[in-house]
Design a protein around this ligand. Structure first.
Ligand code: FE2
Ligand code: FE2
Length: 162
């Protein structure tokens, strides 16, 4: 059985992962609107991954004998200034999510919930990867600056994501 505090934190994270998915899908739609199909594709794949994260939490709550409580998902914004603006926010958002995961871990440690600590281990590792990926893209856009031809090459490169 899950302790109430752990169950609440896990339910909150289902919502946070759904919001991440929504945010990245909104970013993907924006990149489509400025004809940068590669960035759009990368973000759409990312949105699907985040939905997968939400479902991992969902499945765990049920498996651990808890109750899933779904809440409203906040609407993300719909427009950004540039690809750079989008990916700066991706990185900032991933850092925020890392903080959320660490917070749930703190709760699980406090409650001596070893099963949830073990479950969260996957996400701790995943967040290192997520931050690294976003950092790399932010750096690449920074190097390229405003040279449209180079941005086009990066767009094509990111569009290869499966
Ligand atoms: Fe996630
Ligand atoms: Fe993420």
């Amino acid at each position: 059985m899950l302790k109430k505090s752990v169950e609440d934190a896990l339910n909150k994270q289902i919502n946070a992962e759904m919001y991440s998915s929504y945010l990245y899908l909104a970013m993907s739609a924006y990149m489509e609107s400025v004809s940068m199909k590669g960035f759009a594709r990368w973000l759409r794949v990312q949105a699907k991954e985040e939905l997968g994260h939400a479902l991992k939490f969902y499945d765990y709550v049920i498996e651990a004998g808890g109750t899933v409580r779904l809440a409203a998902i906040e609407a993300p914004k719909t427009t950004w200034k540039s690809a750079g603006g989008v990916f700066d926010q991706v990185l900032a958002h991933e850092k925020k999510v890392t903080g959320l995961i660490n917070g749930i871990m703190d709760t699980a440690v406090k409650e001596k919930d070893y099963a949830t600590q073990n479950f969260l281990g996957w996400f701790v590792k995943e967040q290192v990867e997520e931050e690294a990926n976003a950092t790399e893209i932010v750096a690449q856009i920074e190097i390229i600056g405003d040279i449209p031809g180079h941005l086009f090459c990066l767009d094509r490169e990111l569009g290869k994501r499966e």
